[in-house]
Design a protein around this ligand. Structure first.
Ligand code: NDP
Length: 358
């Protein structure tokens, strides 16, 4: 079968011909429909992040997928049912997997898990893959086209849940939110903040692009305000616009983690999702520490998501407007066009590989 992988020593995606997986007892065989590409995939290809599955010289890419059940193989799933697979699986290196047992794989520490398509396990960019049913979230038949977005949306559902939990000990009525980053994760999160079920009334999104730019068009069509970090750095946003009740960082630009403290309103909360490389720089730690304490601000990191957050993401996807999804998905590619799908350009926002249709 066709699989898109990165081979050891290479830094480009390659189309391979590999054998079709054979499901073990307790695993279903899934036929892949679409797999999205995000910043993490680019990092895996560049070799900055992740690790090869034990014993293999290549890693099949992809962690944002939607698939159809090809063979339920006694798992109780229905043939033809559409599903979205989760990313984390227990590591075989550790004896107990308490985090997986209690349905919190996203909170497991490094070493207790592998991540399909990212760290130590093959991903979903192949015509078929296998999985136990507990790692598959059923989605409606109408999700063949955009169901692959359930995974990235679930990462933000987790961040929202933790943000509200961090502010749940008092009456918190947030109105203003700032998303740092106009890449795919930032734009998707901004669209979530603009849905009818979101409590946020004024949303901002920070980038560093000149107009005309498709991501700025999306920001403004959503009804949000574009903030150019070259004119208004993150620590100047509170003064130039307004102090933010919620900041969601999706740039991976390490200074933003600290500047977020200044962008927050008193009692506000900042979620950090970006994954920067090492970068040493100076900050006024005393001032930031004092600001966090005296203004009751909170800052936390968030990665991955659990099945409940995938289910919330499945509902949230139905709320996103069609025009947004059309503008957001800028390219649908066949498996043998993988290199083009991975090409970065200012016009590309979210690209996807289509292996099959239902
Ligand atoms: P991208 O790298 O595609 O997007 C990052 C965006 O931030 C780009 O549009 C970039 O602008 C913008 N940006 C970077 N630095 C600045 C700056 N100084 N000022 C203004 N804008 C800036 O990544 P994704 O959207 O896919 O993901 C965002 C981050 O989240 C990445 O670090 C990724 O690894 C991480 N991630 C984390 C997850 C989690 O669960 N924690 C899940 C998925 C992703 P430009 O394009 O103009 O350079």
């Amino acid at each position: 079968m066709k699989a898109i992988a990165v081979e050891r020593g290479s830094s480009r995606p390659t189309l391979l011909d590999v054998s079709e997986p054979d499901p073990d007892a307790g695993e279903a065989l899934l036929r892949t429909l679409r797999v999205g590409i995000d910043g993490t995939d680019h990092e895996v290809v560049r070799g900055n992040h992740g690790g090869y599955p034990v014993g293999d010289d290549y890693q099949i890419l992809g962690h944002e997928a939607v698939a159809a059940v090809e063979d339920p193989n006694g798992t109780g799933l229905e043939s033809g049912q559409l599903v979205v697979p989760t990313v984390r699986r227990p590591s075989t290196e550790t004896e107990s997997n308490e985090y997986f047992e209690r349905g919190e794989p996203d909170m497991a520490p490094d070493g207790a898990y592998v991540e399909r398509g990212i760290v130590g396990a093959h991903g979903y960019m192949s015509e078929f893959f296998v999985s136990p049913p507990e790692f598959l979230v059923p989605v409606p038949d109408s999700y063949a086209e955009h169901g692959f977005l359930v995974e990235p949306i679930s990462n933000s559902e987790k961040a929202f849940e933790h943000a509200f939990a961090a502010r749940s000990a008092f009456e918190w009525t947030p109105e203003s939110a700032l998303v740092l980053g106009n890449g795919p994760l930032g734009l998707l999160t901004l669209a979530m903040l603009e849905t009818d079920s979101s409590p946020f009334e004024r949303n901002y999104c920070l980038g560093r692009r000149d107009r005309p730019d498709p991501s700025i068009d999306i920001i403004e069509r959503l009804g949000s305000t574009y903030v150019d970090s070259r004119e208004t750095p993150v620590d100047g946003v509170a003064e130039a616009f307004e102090p933010m009740d919620f900041v969601y960082e999706a740039t991976g630009y390490a200074k933003h983690a600290f500047q977020t403290v200044d962008a927050l309103a008193p009692n506000g909360v900042g979620a950090l999702l970006g994954i920067p490389n090492d970068w040493a720089f100076e900050v006024d730690g005393g001032r930031l520490h004092r600001e966090l304490v005296l203004e009751n601000k909170a800052l936390f990191g968030s990665v991955n998501s659990n099945v409940g957050q995938y289910e919330a993401a499945r509902d949230r996807l139905a709320e996103l407007p069609d025009w947004f999804l059309d503008a957001f998905v800028t390219g649908v590619y066949a498996p043998d066009e993988a290199e083009s799908a991975f090409e970065a350009s200012d016009d590309a926002i979210k690209t996807v590989i289509e292996f099959d249709t239902p």
